[in-house]
Design a protein around this ligand. Structure first.
Ligand code: FES
Length: 247
């Protein structure tokens, strides 16, 4: 199959950047989207042109590094997958595919499709850990946790920090990411000792990083590759008020 990639090219954070079209043929339907970009880069190398910079690590939907906007949607046209799990069979032969980096003030573009998501790391530094000494892996039933609680914690823990929630939100809010990280730990006994401090510190850092406020449009939930529920944000807000009163 043949497609035209319309790709955002930007040499560095201060460069203006713009779209450049690349016609790529010889693509197989069963190639992943990232493999198709690899193929484009091989062509660019042969032409002695600069390759397109894009990020990835696992290529298995785990690490959260491959996020890009494809035809105006975070991670492309399908729900609940990452860009590395997208295949070329999702596009028609002859399609024009617009590929852009995440657009958010707190995620400055570093080069082409790569953005700086270290703001997420700094939010994690302000509470994405526990202080309880857990020692070596305990026997499975040593700490009894109800199924409802463990399911909720695991659902929140599924967040891979890709940033699709921020990129797709009209306010560039990081509320879904922050809520998932807070609720994951605050739900469990091991996260209780610093539960109040965690919600206060992580939300404060979220504000400092310049992310916008959540206005509950729900776009983040729709585009999240892990299907993290927006209910996490309501729960984070409740935890925040509780921490303000009792923290
Ligand atoms: S490369 Fe790791 S989630 Fe896509």
């Amino acid at each position: 199959m043949e497609v035209t990639f319309r790709i955002w090219r930007q040499d560095n954070p201060t460069n203006k950047g713009g779209f450049i079209n690349y016609v790529v043929d010889d693509l197989a339907e069963d190639m992943s989207f990232l493999e198709a970009l690899d193929h484009l880069n091989e062509i660019l190398v042969l032409r002695n042109e600069k390759v397109v910079a894009f990020e990835y690590d696992c290529r298995e939907g785990i690490c959260g590094q491959c996020g890009i906007f494809i035809n105006g949607r975070a991670h492309g046209p399908h729900s609940n997958i990452t860009t590395c799990q997208l295949y070329m069979r999702s596009f028609k032969d002859g399609a024009i595919i617009t590929v852009e980096p995440w657009r958010a003030k707190s995620f400055p573009i570093l080069k082409d499709l790569i953005v700086d998501r270290s703001a997420f790391d700094r939010i994690i530094e302000h509470g994405g850990y526990i202080s309880a000494k857990t020692g070596t892996a305990p026997e499975a039933n040593a700490i009894l946790i109800g199924k409802g609680v463990s399911d909720k914690a695991m659902d929140a823990a599924a967040c891979i920090g890709c940033g699709a929630c921020v990129a797709t939100c009209k306010n560039s809010s990081a509320a879904l990411f922050t809520a998932a990280k807070i609720n994951h730990l605050n739900s469990l006994p091991q996260g209780k000792p610093e539960a109040h401090q965690r919600v206060l510190d992580m939300t404060t850092q979220m504000e400092k990083e310049g992310f916008g406020h959540c206005s509950f449009t729900g776009a983040c939930e729709v585009e999240c590759p892990e299907g993290i529920s927006i209910a996490n944000i309501a729960e984070m807000n409740a935890r925040y008020f509780k921490a303000k009163i009792f923290g």
